[in-house]
Ligand binder design. Structure first.
Ligand code: 5RP
Ligand code: CO
Length: 221
């Protein structure tokens, strides 16, 4: 199966979001970064704006919740009918219960790990997840440099997912571009978030296709 490319609207023009969404019609989903200025030192958007994006988007929504008290807030995003809702393990008191709650409300369940958070403590809950997000930058801001130190964690996550038999996508987010996507793909990622590399391009739709070709080649797909 082909790699999935999820452009992040963090790098889009927030005043013209509907038009910005139309520019990435060939993407597999649009990645929506929700930040609360508590879990991360930045503030973006919340439930009412995500609800409107969901109403007008030509592609499914992948919400990345960089917010404290995920147990309380993440289910409310699932209630909007989003394709997937990803909470941070570091922000959830009961990750297994929360993942079950998201699925029960009709969303795919994603769980994200900061670069310094090990994957091993969470391997026994892989069957509860549809997606594992390995952050490849410190969450909070777009346009940062890809952290190569996350590559071994991606490899370990890939080995664990393959060994478990569970169907869990491995997403990477942060600093993904034409010069880094192959490294992440070779390590085992199959879903790629790209903000500045897509919306900073003259033709974002073309940038999505180029990234997909590079990832597929590196994965041998
Ligand atoms: O979660 C994020 C930041 O916390 C963003 O999704 C990510 O940074 C995308 O931006 P870029 O591709 O420019 O790094
Ligand atoms: Co993100």
């Amino acid at each position: 199966m082909s790699a999935c490319i999820h452009p992040s609207i963090l790098s889009a023009d927030f005043v013209n979001l509907e038009a910005e969404l139309a520019r990435i019609g060939g993407a597999d989903a649009v990645h929506v970064d929700v930040m609360d200025n508590h879990f991360v030192p930045n503030l973006t958007l919340g439930l009412p704006v995500v609800e409107r994006i969901q109403a007008v988007s030509p592609v499914p929504l992948d919400a990345h919740l960089m917010i404290a008290d995920a147990d309380r807030w993440a289910p409310l995003y699932a209630d909007l009918g989003l394709d997937s809702v990803t909470f941070h393990a570091e922000a959830a008191a009961a990750p297994v219960k929360l993942a079950r709650e998201l699925r029960a409300r009709g969303s795919k369940a994603g769980m994200a790990l900061r670069p310094a958070t090990a994957v091993e403590p969470y391997l026994d809950m892989l069957s509860e997840l549809d997606m594992l997000l390995i952050m490849t930058v410190e969450p909070g801001f777009g346009g940062q440099a890809f952290l190569d130190l996350t590559l071994p964690k991606i490899r370990r996550a890939r080995a664990a997912v393959d060994g478990s038999g569970a169907s869990v996508a491995i997403q990477v987010d942060g600093g993904i571009s034409a010069s880094t996507i192959e490294r992440a793909a070779e390590a085992g990622a199959d879903v790629f978030v790209a903000g500045s590399a897509v919306y900073g391009a003259d033709d974002p739709g073309d940038a999505v296709e180029r990234l997909r070709v590079l990832a597929d080649r590196a994965r041998g797909a």
